[in-house]
Every structure is written in structure tokens, then in C-alpha cells.
Design a protein around this ligand. Structure first.
Ligand code: NAI
Length: 552
């Protein structure tokens, strides 16, 4: 198949829609920006106020209306109504200031939005496929009007952020994730589809909530669900050619299970496992540049061994191997700790994925004791347990390393293992710190510390764009390592000197486009692309970038 540039959504023929139907089409409308000629030609006269406005004027009005909203949740609701009425204007607004809008559309506001999703629900904005559709999944997918779906983000709501099982309320996550594909990497929104895969919820609060929008039953057992998910994955391949499945926020064990089941069969990835691993490796790369050390010489302790923790560990091993270690040598440097204590070889409750990181050691449930004994130079919290890194944990890390690396990756904010202020104060400014949420700068002893946000939104939109453009047949861990290195490279020496280990959000589009180009190049190099290689991958990919302007 020949590589072709993908045009902006708005290049669809206006002639297909006229009058009110055109005005109310969120993908095609220009609202008050329709010119007088367009109004005449398209049956819009009398349907709009007389003033003809530019998109900049409309943008101004959105900002003014947003300014009157009292909370970020209200701003979230407003913006999601805007995308339902005028998609171009929505992206025009959020892409103008990603550092301001990402926290409203995603972390941390998304946590509250998901908790209240059934109550703030307005429109479906994606598909809802339930286990009751078993045997008919393809027919259901066929109801989606656009056949050119290129990436779909599917959640079962099993583990939403650090909030546990939120059932159908979890649909806020794939909707938000895919909006970030466009906002952060310029992926055209037309080929993106959020899906909620419903096999019940074990959240009794939701089951008893009269406004709950999901299937009102407890989760079906995995044995039953497997067949249904197999049917779903196969139906996606049949209905949407070359479509990548982005798995998001499935319960930890399910996430690992389904990634292993499908990764060599279809084009898919699990963001909680691979995306999180990749952004962690990006942070570690830069931490090593600050300390002038090699990752291969570190010992890493993960506090939390769920899907994200194990994904992080696997990706860290891959990065250490690229520095010359064998698989065994790399795994020897990785330790893990979960709700039942240190992962060690006498434990009989570990999955095969966890077992590879269990080493001979006496059992221990005490994190400080484990830090003193394992002597990690890097401590990564990925447990959902807020405040788990106490002053004594940080002080124990200080005894091992001059510049301990401490990441508190759990979100939302109250689940962070420690705050930025705690990490800097308790370590007397020596910790290299990052969190899953954005903490404000910290002043300590006359110095300003800039905590980084280790959020996989630097990674998955760029991977998504590369896969979208190349129609990649498979997604490999190597692509996530390449994305990690590219993200790390986007931080300048000056920024690292201030303690920053992730790129600033203000430049997120350019950062991710560079990453997408590097990943796309790798996809071509590995012969995994479904289109022929263009002579200039950079120019080819940039020609596809979505531009949030009216272009009739
Ligand atoms: P999960 O539920 O699969 O795993 C949680 C892990 O923490 C389990 O191993 C569990 O045993 C352990 N844990 C729970 N309570 C503990 C305790 N008291 N002491 C020690 N360990 C304990 O969840 P998953 O998917 O691994 O996510 C974990 C956290 O990471 C969530 O808060 C999630 O929001 C966050 N996350 C952050 C990302 C980022 O980009 N910053 C990306 C993905 C996840």
C-alpha cells in the first residue's frame, strides 16, 4: 500500500450536509465562522447571528466562559460539551496551552470526573460493548459510522487510575486518553475510538447507584471473559482494518494476561504496562545524566508490583540490557515490594511475571528494613498507597546514595507515595524526584526545585501517531524504549540543572512529534510497517499532523 498523507477531518465534503444538520455536526461546523458566502451556499442563512467571526474570536469567547467556571470539574464538563458541539474549536483551544489544559482534561481532574461519570454523563462519545453482546460484537462495532478507525482505546474500568474498579465510569479514561493523542501529538481525531468493554463491576457503590450507566452485575469470571475479549479483539480486526488496540486501565492481572495473549497476534499495547515503563525509563535516563552514572550500575526497588510496577520493571531490564547487561544480570538489579511485602523466592502468591523479580531474601513487610538490606539507589512508588514513603524511608535512601532517585508515580494526587516537598525537604534537597502528578515548584533553603511529572502522556500519543501513520503490524518493547530515549533527549542541560527530568508540557507537541518520527523510523527499520517507507519520514509524518483550524 502506498503511503499517503491523511488530511484534516474537515476535508470531508460539506456538500453532504447542509443547514442545521451541518451546523450541529461537531466535526464539520464552523459556527459563527461560516462566511456569508458559505451561509448562502449551505442553507445557513437565518440560522446564525449576523456577525461573522474568526476562530480566534471564538477561542476568546471560550476562554471567557471557562474563566467563569468555579472548578476544574466544571471546566472539564464545559470542554467536553465543546468537543460535542465544535471539535475544531475544542482542539484549537486546548492545543494553544497544553500545560494549562492537560490537568483539566486529564490528571488530576479526570479522577473526579470518573468518580462522578454516571452523574455528569451527557453523550456516549464512543462505544459501549458488553458481555451481553457476546456472539454479536462485530455487528455492534459495525454500528460505528466511521470504518477508518485506526486506534481504539479500550478499558474494562477494572483499575481506574489509583481508584480501583469504577466500571463504566472508567469510560472517562479512554475518552480523555484519545483527546490527548490529538492534543499532545497531533493525531487526527477522526480515526480514534474510545470503547468501554463491560463485563460488570465489583464496586457495590456503583451497583447501588440509581444513575450508574454500566451493566448492573458483578464482574464475570476471567474464564468467561476470555472468550468475550477474544471475540472483541477478532471483531476489531475484521471491522476496522489496521486498527491498533490501546488497552487502558484494566485490572492489573487482566492487563498482564491480555497483553501476553494478544501482543504477538495483533497490533496492540497496554499503556499501563508499556507506556508507564517507558516514561519511567525516560526519567531514569535523565536522572543518570544528572548524576553522571549508568543505569546498569543501579539497584532499583519498586514499591508496588501490579501491572504498572511489573511493566516498569520489564522496561527497566530492557534499558539495562541495551547498556550491555545480560537478562539475568539486569533482573538481579531489580527488586519489588507489594502488599504482602518483599518479593522473594519463598513466596507462593506470585504470578510468573512477578516471579522473575523475586530473589533469595528473608521475608519482610517493612519497607525501611528492605531499603537497608537491598540498598537500592532508585526507589519507585507505583502502589496506589499515598504517603507510603515516610521520612524514615527517604532517610534510609540517603544513607545509600548521594543523589537517591525517588519517584512517587501513583495517582491521583492523594495516592502519591510522597509529595515533592516531602522528598526535597526530607532528603535535604538531594533527591532526584518525579511524581505521577504535577506538583508545584518547591522552595527549599533558597533554591527552587522543579519536580517532573512522570506521566505517560509523553509516550502513548507519540507511539499512537507512529502506529497510526505506518499502519504498524505489531508494537514491540523496543519502540517504547526508543520513545523513552527520545523523551529524555527533549530535556536540555539547563533544565536538568534545575532538577527537571521530563520535558516541559508547554512544548509537548514538538516533543512528541520528534518521538513519533523516531518510533516510525524504527517501525520501518524493523519491517513492521503496513505502508511503504517514504523518502523523508519526518516530513511525511508532519504532513499528517492535525491542525485545529477551519479549512473549507
Ligand atoms: P495495581 O492495582 O495493578 O497494582 C498495585 C500494586 O501495589 C500491587 O502490586 C499491590 O500489591 C501493591 N500495593 C497495594 N497496597 C500496598 C501496600 N500497602 N504496600 C505495598 N504495596 C502495595 O495498579 P497499577 O496498574 O500497577 O497502578 C498502580 C498505580 O500507578 C496507580 O495509582 C496508577 O494510577 C499509577 N500509574 C501511574 C502512571 C503514571 O504515568 N504516572 C501510569 C500507570 C499507573
Amino acid at each position: 500500500m502506498q503511503a499517503t498523507a491523511i488530511s484534516n477531518d474537515r476535508s470531508e465534503k460539506y456538500s453532504e450536509l447542509r443547514g442545521l444538520a451541518l451546523l450541529e455536526s461537531p466535526k464539520l461546523t464552523k459556527g459563527t465562522a461560516f462566511t456569508l458566502e458559505e451561509r448562502h451556499a449551505l442553507g445557513l442563512e437565518g440560522l446564525l447571528p449576523p456577525s461573522v467571526e474568526t476562530i480566534d474570536k471564538q477561542h476568546q469567547r471560550v476562554l471567557q466562559q471557562l474563566g467563569q467556571k468555579p472548578t476544574d470539574l466544571e471546566r472539564y464538563i464545559y470542554l467536553n460539551q465543546l468537543v460535542d458541539t465544535n471539535e475544531t474549536l475544542f482542539y484549537n483551544v486546548i492545543m494553544s496551552n497544553p500545560a494549562y489544559f492537560l490537568p483539566i482534561l486529564y490528571d488530576p481532574t479526570i479522577a473526579e470526573a470518573c468518580l462522578k461519570f454516571s452523574h455528569i454523563y451527557r453523550r456516549p462519545r464512543g462505544m459501549y460493548i458488553s458481555i451481553k453482546d457476546r456472539g454479536h460484537v462485530r455487528e455492534r462495532l459495525a454500528n460505528w459510522p466511521d470504518k477508518n478507525v485506526r486506534v481504539l482505546c479500550a478499558t474494562s474500568g477494572g483499575r481506574i487510575l489509583g481508584l480501583g474498579d469504577l466500571g463504566a465510569n472508567g469510560m472517562g479514561i479512554p475518552i480523555g486518553k484519545l483527546q490527548l493523542y490529538t492534543a499532545c501529538a497531533g493525531v487526527p481525531p477522526k480515526g480514534l475510538l474510545p470503547i468501554f468493554v463491560d463485563f460488570g463491576t465489583n464496586n457495590s457503590g456503583l451497583l447501588n447507584d440509581p444513575l450508574y450507566i454500566g451493566l448492573r452485575q458483578t464482574r464475570s469470571p476471567l474464564t468467561e471473559v476470555d472468550g468475550f475479549v477474544d471475540e472483541f479483539v477478532a471483531a476489531v480486526q475484521q471491522e476496522f482494518k489496521d486498527c491498533c488496540i490501546h488497552f487502558e486501565d484494566w485490572r492489573g492481572t487482566d492487563a498482564i494476561h491480555y497483553l501476553a495473549r494478544y501482543r504477538d497476534q495483533v497490533c496492540c499495547f497496554n499503556d499501563d504496562i508499556q507506556g508507564t515503563g517507558s516514561i519511567t525509563v525516560a526519567g531514569l535516563e535523565n536522572a543518570m545524566r544528572i548524576t553522571n552514572q549508568k543505569l546498569r550500575d543501579q539497584r532499583v526497588l519498586f514499591f508496588g508490583a501490579g501491572s504498572a510496577g511489573v511493566g516498569n520493571a520489564i522496561m527497566t531490564v530492557a534499558a539495562m540490557k541495551l547498556e550491555g547487561l545480560s537478562d539475568t544480570e539486569a533482573r538481579e538489579r531489580i527488586w519489588m515490594f507489594d502488599i504482602n511485602g518483599l518479593l522473594e523466592t519463598s513466596r507462593n502468591d506470585l504470578s510468573p511475571e512477578q516471579l522473575q523479580f523475586a530473589h533469595p531474601h528473608s521475608p519482610s513487610h517493612d519497607l525501611v528494613e528492605v531499603v537497608n538490606s537491598v540498598r537500592p539507589t532508585i526507589l519507585i512508588g507505583i502502589s496506589t498507597v499515598g504517603k507510603a514513603f515516610s521520612k524514615s524511608v527517604i532517610e534510609a535512601m540517603l544513607k545509600i546514595s548521594e543523589r537517591p532517585v525517588i519517584f512517587a508515580l501513583s495517582n491521583p494526587t492523594e495516592n502519591a507515595e510522597c509529595t515533592a516537598e516531602e522528598a526535597y525537604m526530607w532528603s535535604d534537597g538531594r533527591a532526584i524526584f518525579a511524581a505521577g502528578v504535577q506538583f508545584p515548584p518547591v522552595q527549599y533553603k533558597g533554591k527552587t526545585f522543579l519536580p517532573g511529572q512522570a506521566n505517560n502522556f509523553y509516550i502513548y500519543p507519540a507511539i499512537g501517531f507512529a502506529v497510526y501513520a505506518t499502519r504498524a503490524r505489531r508494537i514491540t518493547d523496543e519502540m517504547f524504549i526508543e520513545a523513552a530515549k527520545s523523551t529524555a533527549d527533549a530535556v536540555t542541560d539547563e533544565q536538568r540543572a534545575l532538577g527537571l527530568i521530563f520535558p516541559p508540557q508547554s512544548n509537548v507537541l514538538e516533543t512528541e512529534l520528534r518521538t513519533a518520527v523516531r518510533v516510525a523510523t524504527l517501525i520501518f527499520d524493523r519491517n513492521l510497517a503496513g505502508v511503504s517507507r517514504p523518502s523523508d519520514v519526518n516530513a511525511w509524518l508532519r504532513a499528517m499532523v492535525y491542525k485545529p483550524v477551519y479549512n473549507m
